[in-house]
Design a binder for this molecule. Sequence first.
Ligand SMILES: [Zn+2]
Ligand SMILES: [Zn+2]
Ligand SMILES: [Zn+2]
Length: 92
Amino acid sequence: MSACAHRDRIAVPALAEAEKADLVCAACAESGSRWLHLRQCRTCGAVLCCDDSPNRHARAHAEGEDHPIITSAEPREIWTYCYLDDAVIGRR
Ligand SMILES: [Zn+2]
Ligand SMILES: [Zn+2]
Ligand SMILES: [Zn+2]
């Protein structure tokens, strides 16, 4: 774990397990693209696709909106990652 200096960007709580059902990457759904895993932006709550997905919408969002912190939106995954630090910064 690293000491992330960007935690002040966190403005929304991580999704509860019950909220993770039936999520989609909004950007992929719009263009009919596929995604692999979903991530939740912790600044605005947007749910977007991971770096292993073809479109990497979560990374594009992080860079474009300056929302660097995500938490996995996959079931039973609760890790939180900072794009600026390129590191997992916590379990929530
Ligand atoms: Zn950070
Ligand atoms: Zn996507
Ligand atoms: Zn965001």
